[in-house]
Design a protein around this ligand. Structure first.
Ligand SMILES: Nc1nc2c(c(=O)[nH]1)N[C@H]1C(S)=C(S)[C@@H](COP(=O)(O)OP(=O)(O)OC[C@H]3O[C@@H](n4cnc5c(=O)[nH]c(N)nc54)[C@H](O)[C@@H]3O)O[C@H]1N2
Ligand SMILES: Nc1nc2c(c(=O)[nH]1)N[C@H]1C(S)=C(S)[C@@H](COP(=O)(O)OP(=O)(O)OC[C@H]3O[C@@H](n4cnc5c(=O)[nH]c(N)nc54)[C@H](O)[C@@H]3O)O[C@H]1N2
Ligand SMILES: [Mo]
Length: 761
């Protein structure tokens, strides 16, 4: 049977969808100049065997009741009916709520969920816990930018201002002489944006800029981080050493009198401290091009030439999220800003510093005049939180103190964790340790549409609908199109929307009205749309009524154009428009950060040796970056994701020199390992990666041969088996999962078949 196409949207693009028999036909939104191939991941998704069909309970929990249990991840599951499942969840929430209060419940529920703004699962969990149980222990910051989002407000301003509003692609195309991108500008990354991305425009902007003469320079261990469209240059640098490289550049600029001293004096504080550090006046270590060369694996001549070419040009410096998702990740973020300041660039059109350009489709785009309303979260009655990536530390060490942004906090004792819309067994580091952490809980409840590793560690799994099975509104503050997301299929098996599940639970907890405010899902969509209408009316903009919008499928919203940026106003008059920092200026030295006395993040940017670095046992850097073929772990069983695998396994890139030395050939099955575990992958031998570095993207569903092993073997290729679970620094406690060190060899044993997409017993 053929259906009429409906409009829909994902984090990776808007599209029309229709069913043709069992197949889903996807046609990209006609306004999208370069639609994302990630759309293909939907084709077989609706009825995939990996979907969760019915409410399920873990046997050990069903038989023994709540409590710490080392069988999480190895146990089997028993199907129960919805009534029974909801009753058990409501009862357990009451028990924990009454015994321990909100401080016993972790509701951070980190994760990307789906693009629809109403059914955004994380917002649903938060509202549910606030309105029914009075709150929960929350998480702050993100896996994306844990270090930067805490650091940037101290030194220049709020992160979104520096990332999303830092510069526009139009400005780059017309003004930038050099775009210096640490971590590159891979198009694989800018094809996604949370809430939706109806127009993929980066490729055209890069081509346009390159035609006008912008030089794109990517500093990265991977050549592929800069698209051919940019016609740019690649400087290969050892992972994790950008801070040393940037210090080397600064030293050359100072030595050769190429710094903009007038800018530094008028717009910055702390340049003298920086100079003193570089000259070794603090500790006797002179940081110059020779010093930097010994750390980053490029010659001092290259560093010198590199610094000289930046002088006298309109230079835009950008630092990818990736660089700060590592030990001492604050330093390259801070030094990128200092470099731009030393060149006198901040506030000039197409120049200065912008954080994470190209990492997401939001950055470098224009903002909508008003934003689409979010689901109100209700009031959290307690103020207890963790920096998001400290989850395993929290579960393993209740009561222990930790540092964060000038404060000493204590980990709460969590009894119950509630997750919807995220996959911690995708996003977290050191998965064997994470399993230990989840084994401490009394109860772990998960809503999922598919049997991810997180679902396989839960006590109760409630089957959630996919976005394609419900109506919603898709939109992002940087996307001028608002999308009416219309359902293309009925819910799979017994799946229900998160909102319906929470409404039912709220009813059982006697809080239905507080949670729903008397609205069904359509009622909320109309309510939010109406609020948008009012916000726009305040700017004399009128939009059609809800029904018309719903029929049209797409609404074009008014946007703010370039100009009015914080940094431009600051440049024009720093006294009239100071930055929101303590000094009102760019803080090359931060007295606030210095006052925290953190050895691993002092008052000005520094180079600190990471505890992870290659050794004789683990001589390779491993880069565990974002996958090109999917968003994180979402729809890893989808057609496009599968097309990137070989023999069902992820592909790990390595340099021909390393491959030759280790007798590894193209498509060989290889084993990456370190003290935390082992991972199988298919070898890709390519000179687009520097020697001594391996690259294995994230997102392959964790598929351990023995989930309870101290050092598990993942047969599918999930790099988070190998990554180390430590915070970036005492200041920010961010995720440091981007890089780790490993050994690699050809796999000689019997090849275990991948079982990631086969549901548990
Ligand atoms: N080693 C390493 N690790 C990393 C990174 C790295 O660079 N290296 N990057 C990190 C970064 S930046 C991020 S943002 C995280 C991403 O980590 P996550 O955001 O946790 O990853 P996703 O795979 O997007 O997880 C979303 C989950 O929500 C489910 N879902 C989608 N829609 C719905 C819904 O409507 N209802 C419910 N109940 N569920 C739904 C999907 O099936 C999926 O399992 O990973 C981090 N982890
Ligand atoms: N296709 C796709 N796109 C995505 C995502 C996805 O899952 N899939 N996730 C989205 C999300 S949530 C986020 S937060 C962003 C993340 O944005 P990023 O964190 O910037 O993305 P990554 O791909 O992890 O890293 C970018 C590049 O940095 C380089 N790199 C790694 N370590 C170093 C280093 O030490 N020095 C230098 N100079 N370079 C280094 C790597 O070669 C890598 O390819 O991506 C977003 N875009
Ligand atoms: Mo992210």
């Amino acid at each position: 049977m053929t259906q009429k196409p409906v409009m829909h949207s994902a984090h990776w693009g808007a599209f029309h969808a229709r069913r043709e028999g069992d197949r889903l036909i996807i046609d990209p939104f006609e306004g999208d100049p370069h639609p994302s191939p990630l759309l293909q991941n939907f084709q077989q998704a609706l009825n995939h065997p990996a979907r969760v069909a019915r409410p399920m309970v873990r046997r050990g929990w069903l038989e023994n009741g709540p409590g710490p249990d080392s069988r999480r991840g190895v146990d089997d599951y028993i199907a129960i009916d919805w009534d029974d499942a909801l009753q058990r969840v409501a009862q357990e929430l009451s028990r924990v709520g009454q015994t321990w209060g909100p401080a016993g419940i972790f509701g951070g529920s980190y994760g990307w969920s789906s693009a629809g703004r109403f059914h955004h699962a994380q917002s649903q969990v938060h509202r549910f816990l606030n309105t029914t149980l009075g709150g929960y222990v929350r998480s702050v910051n993100s896996y994306s930018s844990g270090a930067a989002s805490v650091l940037l407000p101290h030194i220049v301003g709020e992160m979104n201002e520096i990332a999303r509003r830092g510069v526009s692609w139009e400005e780059i195309a017309s003004h930038s002489d050099i775009v210096l991108a640490f971590g590159g500008l891979a198009l694989k990354n800018s094809q996604v944006a949370s809430g939706g991305l109806s127009e993929h425009t980066e490729r055209d902007f890069m081509q346009q800029a390159a035609r006008r003469g912008t030089r794109f320079i990517s500093v990265s261990p991977l050549k592929s981080d800069l698209p051919d469209d940019a016609r740019g240059e690649w400087l290969a640098l050892r992972p994790g050493t950008d801070a040393a490289f940037m210090l080397g550049l600064l030293a050359v600029l100072i030595e050769e009198a190429l710094t903009d001293e007038a800018f530094l004096a008028r717009y910055c504080v702390g340049w003298p401290e920086m100079v003193a550090y570089l000259r070794g006046e603090e500790d006797g270590v002179v940081r110059d091009a020779h010093w930097a060369a010994s750390i980053c694996g490029v010659s001092h001549d290259v560093i010198r030439q590199f610094a000289r070419q930046l002088h006298g040009k309109r230079v835009l410096v950008t630092v990818a999220h990736a660089l700060q998702r590592a030990e001492h990740g604050e330093q390259p973020v801070w030094l990128g800003l200092v470099l731009a300041a030393a060149l006198g660039q901040p506030g000039l059109p197409g120049g200065g510093y912008t954080y994470a350009l190209g990492a997401l489709g939001h950055y470098g785009k224009h903002h909508n005049l008003v934003s689409f309303p979010a689901l109100p979260q209700g009031k959290n009655g307690i103020d207890r939180f963790i920096p998001v990536a400290r989850i395993a530390d929290m579960l393993l060490n209740p009561g222990t103190r930790f540092d964060y942004n000038g404060r000493q906090l204590r980990y709460p004792h969590i009894r119950l964790a509630y997750w919807a819309g995220g996959n911690p067994f995708h996003h977290h580091q050191d998965l064997a340790r994470l399993r230990q952490a989840f084994c401490q809980l009394d109860t772990f409840i998960v809503h999922e549409s598919a049997w991810t590793a997180t679902a396989r560690h839960a006590d109760i799994v409630l089957p959630a609908t996919m976005t394609l099975e419900r109506e919603d509104i898709g939109g992002a503050p940087t996307d001028r199109h608002l999308i009416a997301m219309q359902p293309v299929a009925a819910p799979y098996a017994e799946a229900r929307d998160d909102y319906t599940i929470f409404s039912e639970l709220a009813r059982r907890l006697g809080r239905e009205e507080a949670f729903t405010e008397g609205r069904d899902a359509r009622g909320w969509l109309q309510h939010h749309y109406h609020q948008l209408q009012q916000k726009l009316a305040a700017h004399q903009v009128s939009i059609p009524d809800f029904d018309t919008f719903w029929q049209q499928g797409v609404l074009t919203l008014p946007q703010l154009k370039d100009g009015g940026r914080m940094i431009n106003a600051f440049r024009a008059d720093p006294d009239a428009a100071p930055l929101p920092t303590p000094s009102g200026k760019i803080e090359i030295f931060s007295a606030t950060i210095a006052s925290f006395n953190y050895q691993n993040c002092p008052g000005h940017p520094v180079w600190r040796e990471p505890q992870q670095k290659p050794t004789a046992d683990h001589p390779f850097w491993l880069i565990a970056n974002q996958p090109a073929t999917r968003l994180h772990s979402q729809l890893d069983f989808g057609d496009f994701s599968l097309s990137g695998k070989r023999d069902g396994r992820e592909v790990c890139s390595l340099n021909p020199q390393d491959a030759a030395r280790l007798a590894i050939a193209e498509s060989d099955l290889i084993e990456l390992y370190n003290d935390r575990g082992h991972v199988l992958a298919s070898a890709r031998v390519t000179d687009s990666i520097m020697a001594g570095v391996l690259q294995l993207p994230t997102g392959a569903w964790y598929d351990p041969v023995d989930p309870a092993a101290a050092r598990p073997l993942c047969r599918h290729g999930n790099p988070n088996v190998l990554t180390l679970d430590i915070g970036t620094s005492s200041l920010t406690q961010g995720c440091s999962g981007q890089i780790t060190v490993v050994q690699v060899r050809k796999f000689r044993g019997e090849r275990p078949p991948v079982r990631a997409f086969i549901p548990p017993h």
